[in-house]
Design a protein around this ligand. Structure first.
Ligand SMILES: *Cc1c(COP(=O)(O)O)cnc(C)c1O
Length: 360
């Protein structure tokens, strides 16, 4: 068997081993065609079936209602930072955003290209260590935008902000996509890059409520209109390999009990690490305040950068990989996405306890 480590990278990130094995096993012969999935025409009946199936899987696993369209787009979640405001702008109405970290800030910057942006709440005053409370969007807004999980700072929304009935809520779910039960009906648009919880980089899942498709200015490049992809999910050649992996990952998720079960596991996993942090008497300091803690990205610091580096280095020797924090926060970050097994989290927790005992 190939060597496998526990991979705590923030993205691209660990995927379930059975998904990788299935991809390997059928790589040379996709669906009995005698061709690999990356060789076959996207107009073949075998690939058309895969596209239909993956649509059905997303609907089933996430509970996406029939009045929402599912699209598989290139350009990363970062392209949604401009595509969402481009498609959802309404002349004379401000676009309202909540700033909870670097990804929100990038989204806010891009929205500014299309019109008036109002940042109605922010946690920048405390290094993005919390999710603002009691957020509500105004009825004047074209839409409201949030980032459900802040990958870099390790915070996650524990409630959804209030939105007036006619104001769609737009959510960048890149780093907690399918990690917990979400009522899709609470949102107008959900988007997320696949590479944290769903599959490889190269495809972004975008879910758009149908009634929003008509807002886009006519003079918009065809590829940048949601309506183009809503009408034809393969308007152009889709990122077939990334979609294919997402499809078998969805089959796997469905097989283990769907998002309900995944959420249960994610809560249990995150608790193991947060318990070590909380029990360390300040040796490990969590960056996020407890009521805003992410289930996906656990961020913490130690007394000095040197000690943090030592901790990362020693973890690496034990095949606990990718624990260095993002450069804007420093410290350490354990990304424990859907596919991280409990076993990996337990091994990390034990390592953290041992490291503290030797270094405090
Ligand atoms: C990773 C990430 C992005 C950027 O995704 P790309 O696919 O690299 O463009 C955007 N938002 C959040 C919350 C992320 O975690």
């Amino acid at each position: 068997m190939a060597k496998r480590v526990f991979n705590f990278y923030a993205g691209p990130a660990t995927l379930p081993l059975p998904v990788l094995e299935k991809a390997r096993d059928e790589f040379l012969d996709f669906a009995g065609t005698g061709m690999s999935v990356i060789e076959i025409s996207h107009r073949s009946k075998e690939w058309e079936k895969a596209m239909t199936d993956v649509d059905g899987l997303v609907r089933e696993v996430m509970g996406v209602p029939s009045d929402y369209k599912i699209m598989w787009l290139g350009g990363g979640a970062s392209s949604q930072f401009f595509m969402a405001p481009l498609n959802l702008q309404v002349t004379g109405k401000p676009m309202e955003y909540v700033s909870t970290g670097s990804w929100s800030q990038k989204a806010i910057k891009e929205a500014g290209i299309y019109g008036d942006v109002k940042v109605i709440a922010s946690s920048e005053d405390k290094k993005f260590s919390y999710i603002p409370k009691n957020v509500s969007f105004s009825d004047k807004a074209a839409f409201g935008h949030i980032t459900s999980n802040n990958t870099i700072y390790g915070t996650e929304w524990q409630y959804w902000p209030k939105v007036p009935k006619d104001v769609p809520l737009v959510c960048d779910m890149s780093s907690d996509l399918m990690a917990r039960v979400v009522n899709v009906k609470d949102f107008g648009v959900i988007y997320g890059g696949a590479q944290k919880n769903l599959g490889p980089a190269g495809v972004t899942l975008v879910i758009v409520r149908e009634d929003l498709l008509g807002r886009v200015p006519e003079k918009t490049p065809t590829m940048l209109k949601y309506s183009t992809h809503a009408k034809d999910v393969m308007y152009n050649t889709p990122p077939v390999f990334a979609i294919y992996i997402a499809k078998i990952a969805l089959e796997y998720m469905k097989g283990i009990g769907g998002i309900k079960e995944i959420e249960k596991r994610n809560r249990a996993k995150a608790k193991v690490i947060y318990d070590v942090i909380d029990g360390s008497k300040g040796f490990y300091k969590g960056h996020a305040v407890p009521d805003s803690r992410s289930l996906m990205n656990i961020t913490f610091t130690l007394a000095t950068p040197e000690l943090e580096q030592k901790c990362v280095d020693e973890a690496t020797k034990l095949d606990l990989i990718g624990l260095k924090g993002h450069r804007s926060v420093g410290g350490m970050r354990a990304s424990v996405y859907n596919a991280m097994p409990l076993e990996g989290v337990k091994k990390l927790a034990q390592f953290m306890k041992d490291f503290q005992a030797k270094n405090q």
